[in-house]
Write a protein that binds this ligand. Structure first.
Ligand code: FAD
Length: 398
């Protein structure tokens, strides 16, 4: 007599970020027998943040920073669901959506990244561009630039947030505007007393020197308190249609006018996590142990920026998300097989590389900082090498 086939277990990855994509990559060559893998992503493409500033600067084609998830999962048995997860019910073991049936899981990994803070300020303004979602960043930028087309005054740009992402975007935006001959004024604003908080002084000094050489205004110890729509002030040169712009009110009382505001403040939890019924850390991320498993008694792992480790606080950086990949893959298998989980031990410090948009970059490693064209070559090499891991999902360049 034939014994009944063991029922298929459902392994669900929510979010196509660095860590979950490691699992997809492993699955392509070593699928787990008796397990159905499902990948959930709001977009059919995943964007590699390391190459977003370089793409903004015009150093890469947009497709070069994208992984085509359809292509990556084709022929692998992986079920791809292109939809935004809106909730997680650990008791019912369900991932919920706004406009489709829930997906059941036996084991799940949540890695939906983070978003810039103070959503209430930036979310409803036509001229404000949040750095997330990264996948739609460039089309959204193009839409704002189209509003400015034909304008005679210099484009007034503000970048809010001077962490690594905001600073890198400032350099790359400046380079892109220069290379297209678009006259502009660029201001970087941060509530901290210095840019690049947490970086070594030599690194910060280099970035400041390059900004001042390019005429970027840096306003520190000031927070953006409100952004409101306004009619653009009349140019001295006559112009048929004056595009609307925004007023940016700062904590010290000054108001700046801007045609484009890029919002790149520090990483905060995506709003949707309110509906993920799992324990959270004080700062609102999903609380995990060193094994990457939720602190709740549930078969759920949380990875990358979305994870809040209860025993330590890690910066929100892709290098951690990448290094968590092999641990997640191991622990998914361990949990499914009833074996003990292994722990993730983050490295102390890491190589930081910041593109300045002009085929140069600044490096920080163990207290050292260097700047030059060879640093950009190193960054370019590392980023391209990372993307080659997903060759099967690379968008074919025309
Ligand atoms: C411009 C920029 C440059 C950066 N450069 C560097 C760098 O050089 N080095 C570095 O270490 N770090 C860098 N970072 C930080 C780095 O991007 C993050 O730490 C890293 O992306 C975190 O990886 P993740 O997998 O957690 O999230 P992400 O890479 O953001 O991936 C999350 C995925 O989840 C998806 N998602 C979101 N919401 C949902 C939902 N509701 N349902 C399903 N899926 C969802 C998203 O579409 C996305 O694909 C940079 C960040 C930015 C913004």
């Amino acid at each position: 007599m034939n014994s009944p086939a063991p029922s298929t277990r459902e392994l669900v990855l929510v979010g196509a970020g660095h860590t979950n994509l490691h699992v997809v990559r492993e699955w392509r060559t070593r699928p787990l027998p008796g397990v159905q893998l499902t990948l959930i992503s709001p977009f059919g493409r995943a964007t590699y943040s390391g190459m977003l500033p370089g793409t903004l600067a015009g150093l890469y084609q947009p497709d070069e920073m994208q992984i085509d998830l359809q292509r990556l999962t084709a022929g692998t048995g992986i079920r791809l669901i292109v939809a935004e997860a809106t909730g997680l019910q650990p008791d019912a073991r369900l991932i919920t959506f706004a406009d489709r049936d829930p997906v059941r899981f036996d084991v799940c990994s949540v890695g939906i990244g983070s978003v810039p803070g103070q959503r209430e300020i930036w979310q409803s303004s036509s001229r404000v561009l949040s750095i997330k979602p990264m996948t739609t960043f460039l089309p959204r930028l193009d839409a704002i630039m189209a509003l400015h087309e034909g304008a005679v005054d210099p484009l007034r740009c503000i970048v809010v947030g001077s962490g690594a992402a905001g600073t890198e975007v400032t350099f790359c935006l400046d380079h892109w505007l220069h290379s297209r001959g678009i006259a502009h004024r660029l201001t970087l604003i941060d509530g901290h007393a210095e840019i690049l908080p947490g970086y070594v002084p030599a690194f910060v000094r280099t970035a400041r020197r390059l900004m001042s050489a390019r005429g970027v205004e840096v306003r520190l110890s000031q927070r953006v308190e409100a952004i409101s729509e306004t009619a653009r002030l009349q140019s001295t040169v006559p112009k048929t249609v004056a595009p609307p712009s925004v007023q940016v009110r700062l904590s010290e009382g000054t108001t700046l006018f801007a045609d484009l505001v890029i919002w790149a403040t520090s990483a905060t939890p995506p709003a949707v996590l309110d509906h993920f019924q799992l324990p959270k850390t004080d700062d609102g991320f999903l609380a995990v142990r060193a094994t990457l498993q939720t602190t709740a008694d549930a078969p759920v792992f949380v990875v990358g920026d979305t994870a809040g480790f209860v025993d330590q606080r890690l910066p929100k950086a892709g290098v951690y998300a990448v290094r968590e990949g092999p641990i997640l893959w191991q622990n998914l298998q361990n949990l499914l097989a009833g074996r003990p989980l292994v722990e993730y031990h983050p490295q102390r410090g890491f190589l930081s590389l910041l593109a300045t948009g002009d085929r140069q970059a600044i490096l920080q490693y163990k207290g050292w900082s260097l700047h030059g064209a060879w640093v950009w070559k190193l960054k370019d090499y590392i980023d391209r090498k990372f993307m080659r891991l997903f060759e099967a999902g690379r968008v074919r360049l025309g």
